[in-house]
Design a protein around this ligand. Structure first.
Ligand SMILES: NC(=O)c1ccc[n+]([C@@H]2O[C@H](COP(=O)([O-])OP(=O)(O)OC[C@H]3O[C@@H](n4cnc5c(N)ncnc54)[C@H](O)[C@@H]3O)[C@@H](O)[C@H]2O)c1
Length: 260
């Protein structure tokens, strides 16, 4: 059964990785897909394959959102997925003592301002129908401290909290607009490739990254997409303001858990 029939869905950062998997699954379920990304080449290719549309969107830019709102004044589902680690151009100090203000702002501009602007657009675009689903992709890094990626962790924690403010605001306005956050841990996407690398040791390095994950493996983008589908569909009609971890059991325990 198609769960998103006749729905319009905007997926930011949908050109690859988790966003692309969400776009693919939502299309299978009958949604009309709009991919908003800075990567026009991959975004256009995928949108064409899915019978959807691509729009150039830098989520950190208010003007880009204004243009998008003109083109798409109505939307049923918005997935605020676009995000960066801040390490795209190589390693940099992002610890609380040495992170530069410019690097701190750059990460928050995409990960936090982008989600704020995306939620603001979504509420306006869903208000006419009085219903919709906003899904914000946060991270397990929004739930725990990450000393060497403090800007990323701060931005993702703020996404978690802002999702709850949006949920309460919409419910308070009498709108059936739900807003939830998803918190993935290690999901194998291009975001990880620079850290994993190629060569004969690849499998070993991958195993090392998930050594502390109870399920001892990376998650897949398709598994995150399945959770996003649940939150986007009417099956989740009573779920708002929630945070959902998808992490192979990582956050179920801690160093304080006795035994192993
Ligand atoms: N992969 C993981 O392990 C993991 C874990 C937790 C959270 N996340 C979050 O999931 C989301 C997707 O991650 P991914 O692994 O698929 O990443 P990815 O790097 O594979 O894809 C990110 C996409 O976002 C786009 N993008 C980057 N900056 C943008 C901007 N300013 N405006 C619009 N689009 C932009 C990129 O072009 C790309 O298509 C991110 O928010 C990320 O923080 C990922």
């Amino acid at each position: 059964m198609q769960k998103l029939h006749h729905k319009n869905a905007l997926i930011t950062g949908g050109a690859r990785g988790i966003g692309a998997a969400i776009a693919q699954l939502f299309a299978v379920h009958g949604a009309h897909i709009i991919i908003g990304d800075i990567d026009a080449e991959n975004g256009t290719r995928l949108a064409n394959n899915l019978g959807g549309e691509f729009v150039t969107l830098n989520v950190a830019k208010q003007d880009d959102w204004a243009s998008l709102a003109e083109k798409y004044p109505q939307m049923d589902i918005v997935v605020n997925n676009a995000g960066i680690t801040g390490f795209e151009d190589g390693p940099k100090p992002h610890d609380p003592e040495n992170c530069s203000l410019a690097d701190w702002h750059a990460v928050h501009a995409v990960n936090l301002d982008g989600v704020f602007l995306g939620c603001r657009y979504a509420i306006a675009a869903m208000r006419a129908k009085g219903a919709g689903s906003i899904i914000n992709i946060s991270s397990r890094s929004g739930l725990v401290g990450i000393p060497m990626a403090a800007a990323y962790a701060s931005s993702k924690a703020a996404v978690r909290n802002h999702s709850k403010s949006v949920a309460l605001y919409c419910a308070g306005q009498g709108l059936n607009i739900r807003c939830n956050s998803i918190h993935p841990a290690a999901i194998l996407t291009p975001m990880w490739e620079a850290m994993i690398g190629d060569g004969p040791d690849r499998e070993q390095r991958m195993a090392a990254f998930v050594a502390d994950t109870p399920m001892k493996r990376f998650g897949t983008a398709a598994e995150v997409a399945a959770l996003a589908l649940l939150l986007a569909s009417d099956d989740a009609a009573y779920i708002t303001g929630s945070e959902m971890s998808i992490d192979g059991g990582l956050l179920a325990g801690s160093a304080a858990s006795p035994g192993g």
